[in-house]
Design a protein around this ligand. Structure first.
Ligand code: ZN
Length: 362
């Protein structure tokens, strides 16, 4: 007998997450504890429930200033080795509790140097935390593996240095590189050296593109930078025409993205908060999934969006009527699109994902 799909049962399904920011997923109580330890007195509240509400309300406010302020607090409390280990370990525990079996978690090392940590010390601390989190998850019977993506911030012009850092740690679960930060005024082509270097090194990378900014950003990320995946990529919908009779016409860029199976790291709740989509029902994820683009579903910032991968799946189930087969399709898409080796991807698909959904479908 099939298990009904609901917010209570979706955590039982094995899930794969490709787009999750470490500094966007802290527990409110951890923010408070770390702020106390660091002598940081700028938090808007010292109570975990109130602080959690404040993060969501600020991210929801429609003001970019307030949205960015949320990260000023999380980043401020992540400036020591101990803080980074704790945040990374708890991130893995939270994802494992949600039924995530493989995740690529990203962060920008250059943001955590305010108290003198070197880039290498930062990477080592986070890797230690991820391994600790995997151990704690295993102790409670959860299987999870974390790959790390190192981000460079578009506006800071340190992308070549961060790309080298990612390659230096590629053998210890740093699986790729990303470029994040404001799209407008900072086209990905400003960082061509980094992308050129990564390609020479046969390294993997994704690019935040087509979130707020339109098709040119997606085109540059693909055709100038050579990205393997698109972080968000929602605006690809601007290159798709749907007529009144439901006829669909893809432009050349949209066709390229679909034909080449370019993975879209879609983050529905986050897109609502930043105004990249007006509602879940109107979010391009529905159309793009219908058209069989390589759609993956992601959380982006679990603290600010008050979401988990299960809650994102639940919202899509409620809005578009997706069942276990669809949720499995998103999950297999994500695993196929991960930066792990091909044999490792297949192993997770065959040994964890397929049997997991089969038991729910019944
Ligand atoms: Zn993101």
């Amino acid at each position: 007998m099939s298990t009904p799909v609901s917010l209570d049962t979706i955590p039982l399904a094995p899930k794969v997450l490709l787009h999750d920011h470490l500094d966007g997923g802290l527990r409110p109580q951890t923010v408070i504890d770390l702020a106390r330890a660091a002598g940081y007195d700028q938090l808007p509240s010292e109570r975990a429930d109130e602080l959690g509400e404040w993060f969501i309300a600020s991210a929801d406010s429609g003001s970019l200033e307030r949205y960015l302020e949320t990260f000023s607090h999380t980043v401020a409390v992540m400036q020591t080795h101990e803080a980074l280990v704790r945040v990374a370990a708890e991130c893995v525990e939270d994802l494992a509790a949600d039924g995530v079996v493989y995740a690529e978690v990203r962060y920008a090392p250059e943001l955590f140097q305010e108290r003198g940590l070197t880039l290498d010390e930062i990477v080592c601390a986070v890797q230690d935390g991820f391994r600790e989190g995997e151990r704690r998850a295993a102790e409670v019977g959860k299987s999870i593996r974390i790959g790390t993506l190192l981000c460079a911030m578009r506006q800071n012009a340190r992308s070549a240095e961060i790309a080298e850092l990612a390659v230096r740690y590629r053998d210890v679960e740093v699986v790729g590189f990303d470029i994040a930060g404001p799209e407008a005024g900072f086209p990905p082509t400003r960082n061509l050296d980094a992308f050129e270097y990564l390609r020479q090194q046969n390294a993997h990378f994704t690019v935040h593109a087509g979130e707020a900014f339109g098709l040119p950003s997606i085109w540059e990320a693909l055709q100038h930078c050579g990205t393997e995946r698109l972080g968000h990529g929602v605006r690809i919908v601007d290159d798709i025409k749907v007529d009144d009779n439901g006829g669909v016409q893809l432009g050349r860029l949209a066709s390229y993205v679909r034909d080449r199976r370019i993975p879209l790291e879609m983050c529905p709740s986050s897109n609502l908060q930043t105004g990249a989509a007006p509602s879940i029902a109107e979010h391009p994820v529905g159309l793009l999934a219908d058209l069989r683009f390589r759609v993956t579903v992601n959380t982006d910032n679990r603290l600010m969006s008050h979401c988990s991968l299960s809650s994102e799946f639940a919202v899509l189930h409620e809005t578009f009527g997706y069942g276990w087969t669809d949720l499995q399709w998103f999950t297999v898409n994500a695993m196929k699109s991960s930066f792990l080796g091909f044999d490792e991807r297949l192993e997770i698909i065959n040994n964890l994902i397929k049997p997991g959904y089969a038991s729910l479908i019944g």
